[in-house]
Design a protein around this ligand. Structure first.
Ligand code: SF4
Ligand code: SF4
Length: 510
């Protein structure tokens, strides 16, 4: 544990911060991408002469392309309803982490260059030139937003700060001020196929080891197939599932479910990553390029279904964008998208979330569980932002909340909800989403986790909760890191399919 990073005290009555601390996080910013990382994505390597004009030009293009952005920048009435809703503001007390203040960093520049009053009387309307100082402030505070969208739930106009953050990051990228963590990862996916830079042979070895371990545990020949042509299902899962703890336990759970149901499936070494950091940097072209590897793998392997593992923002990209980006789902209209739409089985939802698949099998009685096997756990569920507020599951509204909970109740006897106002559409971000899961800004991550940690402490104290399930690779990694700062065990967090894996019965040893 980093010794210079300290968690704020858990409060008896969580809510808005008691005091403001202006400038508290002014020095907290992630490392800037190197010129090599920038250029690998087609961005300039650094700020060069004329950057200001290019930034304003890009802002103009985004305002044209995304009408929502213009509406968000025009519509705010500064009512303050969003002010205390951001976990980073609650945890850091820095007023520039209030969502409205974060938006104003861009709104002030928008007014200066795109509105008449801002051009004529800038001071009167709070308009600012885009100076290097302002750009640096953007870099700091637009990299303290996890694009979680919680603030938008409380805004009477539905203003989505995440969209403003994405636009700011896009503008910074195109003038040469990219963020190292996200851009380095996107480059690895383009080169190798996953965030970790794990090559195909290493992945094959890892999967072989998992098959051996699972055989030893269950006695069953549960397979972890890679690049198998003709499989029914292509599983696209975050690369952390291949070896990180606790992620790998969910991968074992998916494999057991697919084995028990007799569904042939495969992973792909070409598309060995569900995460798509193109979303985080607000760049459609990068998002598309990352997603196209999945289409290439699906076409090459001839699969009938594409299933997505436990990853929050990956599910948002799959649910909301894959149709037009790749043709997985209706909407894509290029020749390869049409080819894939012909190939995929239209009787199934395309794409399918692994929780939808598992819940469907449970409802049809296709899986056998021993719920008592999870009796050492009292479980709560952390809704992940991008699943909760940016996607759906199943056929009914709220399916993204009900389906994971229904699975947990089917495989575990003890389930407890955290406080209302901290779950479902009002869930708090883990503190590490949106491209912020880097130790350069561990202080921010620890402080941003405060509201979730307070809600967790309540159910630990009152109900004896000792396991927080979630369906997001970033949440799992973030909580594993920050739980100890708040006095919890890092092993308290795990996947929904980790619980499934514990309870499912298969093979002679069961
Ligand atoms: S989107 Fe989330 S992180 Fe960003 S300002 Fe809103 S509440 Fe804060
Ligand atoms: S709630 Fe909406 S309108 Fe009110 S200050 Fe926040 S962004 Fe502006």
């Amino acid at each position: 544990m980093a010794t210079d990073v300290k968690a704020p005290p858990l409060r008896e009555f969580p809510g808005a911060p008691q005091a403001l601390v202006p400038g508290a996080m002014a020095e907290s910013r992630p490392y800037v991408a190197t010129d090599k990382m920038q250029q690998a994505l087609g961005f300039p390597g650094e700020l060069t002469d004329g950057w200001q004009g290019r930034a304003i030009g890009r802002m103009g293009e985004l305002l044209e392309k995304y009408r929502s952005l213009k509406v968000y920048l025009d519509a705010c009435v500064h009512c303050g309803a969003c002010a205390d809703k951001c976990h980073y503001f609650i945890g850091t007390q820095d007023p520039l982490n209030m969502p409205v203040a974060r938006q104003d960093l861009m709104r002030s520049v928008y007014r200066r260059y795109f509105t008449l009053p801002g051009k004529l009387f800038p001071k009167l309307v709070g308009a600012r030139d885009l100076t290097k100082e302002v750009l640096d402030q953007w870099y700091t505070y637009y990299n303290q937003c996890s694009e979680c969208r919680r603030c938008s739930v409380f805004c009477p106009y539905g203003i989505d700060t995440a969209e403003v953050t994405m636009a700011a990051r896009e503008i910074m990228d195109v003038v040469g001020l990219g963020q190292k963590y996200s851009n380095e990862i996107i480059g690895k996916v383009h080169r190798i196929g996953n965030n970790l830079g794990l090559p195909g042979p290493a992945l094959a070895d890892t999967l072989e080891g998992l098959a051996e371990d699972t055989k030893e545990e269950t006695g069953a020949d549960v397979r972890f197939p890679l690049d198998e042509k003709g499989a029914e299902v292509l599983l696209i899962t975050p690369s952390a599932d291949f070896f990180a703890e606790p992620h790998v336990d969910s991968l074992i759970g998916y494999a057991k479910v697919l084995h028990a149901a007799g569904i042939s499936w495969t992973l792909s070494s070409h598309a060995s990553e569900a995460a798509n950091f193109g979303l985080f940097i607000g760049n459609y072209e990068q998002m598309r390029k990352v997603a196209l590897r999945i289409r290439e793998a699906a076409l090459d392997l001839g699969v009938k279904r594409v299933v997505v593992g436990e990853c929050g923002h990956a599910w948002r990209v799959a649910y909301s964008y894959w149709n037009t980006l790749t043709g997985i789902g209706a909407g894509g209209d290029d020749p390869f998208a049409r080819m894939l739409q012909q190939q995929l089985d239209s009787r199934y939802r395309q794409p399918t979330h692994i929780c939808e698949l598992t819940w469907d099998l449970i409802q049809r009685g296709a899986l056998t569980f021993d719920k008592d096997a999870n009796d050492h756990r009292t479980v709560t569920f952390h809704d992940s932002c991008n699943v909760a507020r940016a996607s759906r599951m199943g056929d009914t509204p709220g399916g993204q909340f009900e389906i994971p909970r229904s699975i947990i109740r089917a495989v575990a006897n003890r389930y407890v909800e955290m406080a209302p106002g901290t779950t479902r559409e009002e869930t708090f971000c883990c503190g590490g989403g949106g491209g912020l899961l880097t130790d350069d800004i561990l202080d921010l991550r620890v402080k941003g986790a405060l509201p979730r940690m307070e809600a967790l402490q309540q159910v630990v104290d009152r109900e004896g909760v000792n396991f927080m399930a979630t369906i997001c690779a970033i949440c799992k990694a973030q909580f594993s890191k920050v739980l100890p700062f708040y006095g919890f065990k890092m092993g308290m967090v795990g996947g929904v399919h980790q619980l499934v894996s514990t309870a499912i019965r298969l093979g002679p040893k069961h």
